[in-house]
Design a protein around this ligand. Structure first.
Ligand SMILES: NC(=O)c1ccc[n+]([C@@H]2O[C@H](COP(=O)([O-])OP(=O)(O)OC[C@H]3O[C@@H](n4cnc5c(N)ncnc54)[C@H](O)[C@@H]3O)[C@@H](O)[C@H]2O)c1
Length: 284
């Protein structure tokens, strides 16, 4: 029972503070393109200093030109441990600590189980899962050690990029879906082990218009088939994932850890529009 004069200790909602990332240091891997680029721009807009890391140096330079706050550019192949260590070492040299890590790179090879070669399976798993584990482990240690000093009064934030395919599947996604399902479980274990110092969450978007899904978007039949799987009957744009990213990076989400947040246009709970042509008029 709440007493009459009960107040929430020192707790006043300040809209301008809740999502504020000023003085936060955020590392964004996969920052040269697509979702990573959009998230890096979003973090910068909300006040963070961003370390842009990616294997694509030219893409990094282009994104770097769009940032307003102090930032760092790091060419890095996250499947190579030396690259990862060098990137994090330079980040610490420049900014002293890290508060937020977005672990983003991923590729897809869309083939059936019988057609996918073992080399192709290994390639997808190596980039999507092994690379992410390696980077998350190294960055997680740095964030964990830094936040330990605050004895649980505040926490760092790690965000792993999963996919709607962490929850559901489609044919021709065997390696990709396996990697994303594993990322979902890996996220929970890290969240459990690193609490209360680092919150670890995952994001699971539907198809988003980036170079990753170019192959699908160029095939009208394939594209139409896929967009009908979600309630909004469309692909998302990279900027539509930024709100989820800022929420998870900021103090607005201090009770979230081990979760998978899904900006997926309702895909994971919906059965698809196939056979319901009366709902398709506006798309013809
Ligand atoms: N686009 C979508 O529909 C969609 C949907 C759900 C999840 N995702 C996930 O979002 C993430 C980003 O995808 P995207 O659509 O922005 O793709 P993208 O191809 O536009 O960007 C991926 C970035 O990762 C970088 N990268 C690839 N291998 C790397 C490596 N070894 N080391 C460092 N960087 C590397 C690339 O250079 C590129 O800049 C992926 O994990 C993807 O699975 C994408």
């Amino acid at each position: 029972m709440v007493e009459k004069d009960w107040v929430i200790d020192n707790w006043i909602i300040k809209p301008e503070e809740m999502f504020n990332l000023k003085d936060k240091i955020a590392i964004v891997t996969g920052a040269a393109s697509g979702l990573g680029r959009a998230i890096a721009l979003g973090l910068d807009a909300f006040g963070a200093n961003v370390i842009l890391a990616d294997i694509n140096e030219q893409g990094l330079e282009e994104v770097s030109q769009e940032l307003q706050n102090d930032h760092l550019v790091q060419k890095m192949d996250w499947t190579k441990l030396d690259d990862v260590k060098e990137t994090l070492k330079n980040a610490l040299k420049e900014f002293n600590h890290i508060d937020i890590s977005f672990n983003i790179p991923g590729i897809n090879i869309r083939k059936t189980v019988f057609d996918l070669t073992y080399e192709e399976w290994n390639k997808v798993i190596n980039i999507n899962l092994n690379g992410m584990f390696q980077f998350a482990k190294e960055a997680g240690k740095i964030i964990y050690d830094y936040y330990k000093q605050f004895k649980g009064r505040k926490s760092g934030s790690m965000i792993n990029m999963a996919s709607v395919f962490a929850e559901i599947v489609m044919p021709r996604q065997v390696a990709y879906a396996a990697s994303k399902g594993a990322i979902r479980q890996m996220t929970k274990v890290m969240a459990a082990e690193w609490a209360p110092y680092v919150r670890v969450n995952a994001i699971g978007p539907c198809y988003i218009e980036t170079p990753l899904v170019k192959q699908v978007m160029e095939d009208r039949k394939w594209y139409d088939n896929i967009r009908r799987q979600n309630v909004l009957r469309r692909f998302g744009k990279p900027e539509e994932v930024v709100g989820t990213a800022i929420f998870l990076a900021s103090d607005a989400s201090t009770l979230y850890t081990g979760n998978l947040l899904m900006p997926d246009a309702g895909w994971h709970w919906f059965g698809g529009w196939t056979g319901l042509e009366e709902f398709e008029d506006e798309w013809k």
